[in-house]
Design a protein around this ligand. Structure first.
Ligand code: UD1
Ligand code: CA
Length: 462
């Protein structure tokens, strides 16, 4: 059987005045993504069952949104219509249909708003499946705080949607409201899309007026009010962020992740954590971070786009970005792993250590107060306290290479580029400027001069 032909039109031309941001509403940040990404994620799965076109109506900040599409999506698959003047949601849909008239020859048209990011893919399935007998379906929900939403006013065999501004005091009390998600048979839209007017308090063409024609339409009441939260204010944006976070925590907990205090952890949508891991309070896991089994992450840790392998322990107040921490390794407290820090299995990075663009192989340790940048450190090496790779000559970065089983004493520096081959020993306090062959010993510090009895010349008299 051929797939049903549908378009989903996402309304995203509005300025989002009530958000009071300089960016268009579609690009408002929400848990590491933009509002528009949530709509695209929720509806994209429909492509497997339908011959689906994804369309957008853009106006305010159109170029910025297009640039976002270019960077993240295959924009060939997204059709963009322009609404230069924002004359209302009905006008926005008219703009789309004027610019892509072939849409009206398809079977059905779904319309959604870019500012309802919590709507899930299940709701889109429900929408498609529930409109078989109808010309149009609007998803509605019951709420104790209907302020700002269009009210569902039942009348005769159908209903009307009355916008907040146009409600009488009595109508304002109606608790069933419009979610902003709709599906229409194309034939129905063809018949009525030009009939909308702007005779209302806002002087706008309301999409919601498409339901006033009473022709075999339904308001489908869905029980979960949370998922229809419309983002019109920064308070609603914050609430959406909390709801997303809570459901992420729940999903992870169901998969065996242990939280000490889940009210105070922040985990973005694409993060994955495996079974038996323990997450302490005030932990931030962002981006594409992946955490293996039985990892422990102590308080105050921030991890972005990193991989933490099985059994690792990330101690308090560490900051890890675009890095890899190998199996059973220890990091922190107060460690900083910068992009391209790659720690192998059973490694140790201790307090006040910064690692950047460096590999630390299996079993090696940098335990205290060190900077390791642009380095390659072999297996089982021990790097003493206060070690510094002097990697930058003011113009270029240079590499330090330290082989397997080396011992670097405390307070040493390597002036890169430099190579210390395997099984070498560097005495404490050395500044290494020349390559060392395998198995060698280097000491590079000025000779000590001791003068007996002379301390009194320097000590203050008590
Ligand atoms: C809208 C509905 C309301 C519903 C609520 C659900 C209308 C008239 N009202 O109200 O019944 O309860 O959503 O959240 O539809 N947009 C355009 N062009 C325009 C105006 C708006 O593209 O000219 C876009 C906006 O970018 C936004 C969406 O349409 O994504 C909804 O507009 P908004 O102003 O937020 O409508 P609400 O007042 O929330
Ligand atoms: Ca809205």
């Amino acid at each position: 059987m051929p797939k049903k032909k549908c378009t989903i039109v996402v309304l995203a031309a509005g300025k989002g005045t009530r958000l009071n941001l300089d960016i268009p509403k579609a690009l408002a940040p929400l848990n590491g993504k933009k509002l528009v990404d949530y709509t695209l994620k929720a509806c994209s799965h429909l492509q497997s069952d339908l011959d689906l076109t994804i369309g957008f109506v853009l106006g305010h900040g159109k170029e910025k949104i297009q640039a976002h599409f270019d960077s993240l999506y295959d924009e060939k698959n997204i059709k963009i219509a322009t609404q230069d003047v924002q004359n209302g949601t009905g006008h926005a849909l008219q703009c789309y249909l004027d610019q892509y008239p072939e849409t009206l020859d398809q079977d059905e048209i779904i319309v959604t708003c870019v500012d309802t990011p919590l709507i899930t893919s299940e709701i889109y399935d429900l929408l498609i499946n529930s409109n078989k007998e109808y010309n149009a379906t609007a998803i509605s929900f019951m709420t104790s705080s209907p302020h700002g939403y269009g009210r569902i006013y039942s009348e005769g065999s159908g209903f009307k949607i009355i916008e907040e501004k146009d409600c009488s005091e009595i109508e304002k009390e109606i608790k069933e409201v419009n979610s902003g998600l709709y599906i229409f048979k194309s034939s129905y839209l063809k018949k009525y899309i030009k009939s909308l007017d702007n005779k209302n308090k806002s002087g706008e063409f309301y999409l919601t007026d498409l339901f006033k024609f009473e022709e075999n339409i339904q308001a489908l009441n869905y029980k979960d009010e949370k998922i229809f939260l419309g983002i019109n204010t920064l308070e609603q944006l914050e609430l959406a962020s909390k709801i997303l976070n809570k459901s992420k925590v729940k999903e992870l907990r169901n998969n065996g992740v242990i939280f000490k205090d889940s009210d105070n952890v922040y985990i973005e949508d694409d993060v994955d954590i495996k079974k038996g891991s323990v997450i302490h309070p005030n932990v931030f896991l962002y981006g594409t971070t992946k955490v293996g089994e039985e990892v422990s992450i102590e308080p105050g840790v921030i991890i972005l786009n990193s991989l933490i392998e099985k059994g690792a322990l990330i101690k308090a107040y560490s900051y890890i970005e675009n890095a890899i921490v190998g199996q059973s390794s220890f990091v922190g407290p107060f460690a900083r792993l910068r992009p391209q820090a790659e720690l192998g299995e059973n490694t140790k990075v201790g307090n006040f250590v910064e690692i950047k663009k460096s590999v630390l192989k299996k079993g090696s340790k940098v335990s205290h107060l060190s900077y390791v940048g642009d380095a390659e450190i072999g297996e089982r090496a021990n790097i003493g306290c206060g070690f510094i790779t002097c990697n930058y000559d003011g113009e270029k970065k240079h590499k330090t290479i330290i082989g397997d089983d080396c011992f670097i004493g405390s307070d040493c520096q390597t002036i890169a580029p430099v190579k210390i081959e395997a099984d070498s020993f560097v005495a404490a306090g050395s500044t290494i400027t020349k390559d060392m062959p395998s198995g060698s010993f280097a000491i590079a510090r000025s000779k000590q001069v001791t003068k007996e009895g002379r301390a009194k010349n320097f000590l203050k008299k008590s």
